[in-house]
Design a protein around this ligand. Structure first.
Ligand code: ADP
Length: 212
């Protein structure tokens, strides 16, 4: 079922009588809201991906302060990780060199990776974000103690629409496009993105960006 089919279906159900069903009507409206939110993300992501692939997504390069970038993304993830009782730690030295980047796009990349870490880590787990310099590149790592990714799926998760567990991703409002967009964006910065993972142990995503 696509989000649109669900939206149509539940709207019809409401109009067909469920509006008077005091027990269920609120839940039906919530389902419609959730599916529209997912549809909104999906169209956004698809548009972005097609712009990137057509070479039409323009990046505005400026020096980017990595500590501030990390802090702003962590701020956004804090609420959701607190709800899941996840411990979130940040280790970011003050003397990091800036990177040359489009701060909005880099924030999208990091946010996506952080949101995934929160999403795919069961309650009580840990997420650690750290930054450092390696071979003239700034490395930003996001380590989680989540469900992990099977070896055979590891190289495919950066493909568009690829999801290890489609039902789980869909339920969480995922589109399967986040990591393919992230990879495109990081490469457009002259950087790269890597993943290591062990099923049941957790995953580490690392972004490398050229330091200025
Ligand atoms: P989605 O919207 O499904 O999260 P992404 O492109 O962001 O799409 O991720 C693709 C798939 O990679 C996810 O569906 C999930 O199976 C897997 N994945 C991404 N991040 C993690 C993580 N931190 N832990 C476990 N699996 C992950």
């Amino acid at each position: 079922k696509t989000p649109l089919t669900a939206i149509q279906g539940f709207a019809e159900t409401l109009l067909g009588g469920a509006l008077d069903d005091a027990t269920n009507r609120r839940r039906f409206v919530e389902i419609i809201r959730d599916h529209s939110a997912r549809l909104d993300r999906l169209t956004d992501d698809l548009l972005k991906l097609s712009l990137i692939e057509a070479g039409k997504l323009e990046l505005e390069f400026h020096p980017v302060n990595v500590a501030a970038l990390v802090e702003s993304c962590v701020d956004t993830a804090r609420f959701r990780s607190a709800q899941k009782q996840l411990r979130l730690t940040v280790e970011c030295p003050d003397n990091l060199p800036p990177v040359r980047g489009d701060v909005r796009r880099l924030a999208e990349v990091l946010q996506n990776i952080l949101d995934n870490a929160v999403q795919y880590t069961p309650a009580g787990g840990k997420i650690a974000i750290y930054a450092g310099v390696e071979n003239n590149q700034v490395k930003i790592g996001v380590v989680d103690t989540g469900i992990g990714i099977p070896r055979d799926d590891l190289e495919r998760i950066f493909e568009r629409f690829y999801r290890v567990d489609a039902a789980r991703s869909r339920e969480a409002g995922g589109t399967g496009l986040g990591l393919s967009i992230a990879k495109h964006l990081v490469e457009a910065h002259g950087g790269r993105i890597e993943v290591e993972s062990e099923v049941g142990q957790g995953s580490t995503f690392s972004i490398f960006l050229p330091a200025i």
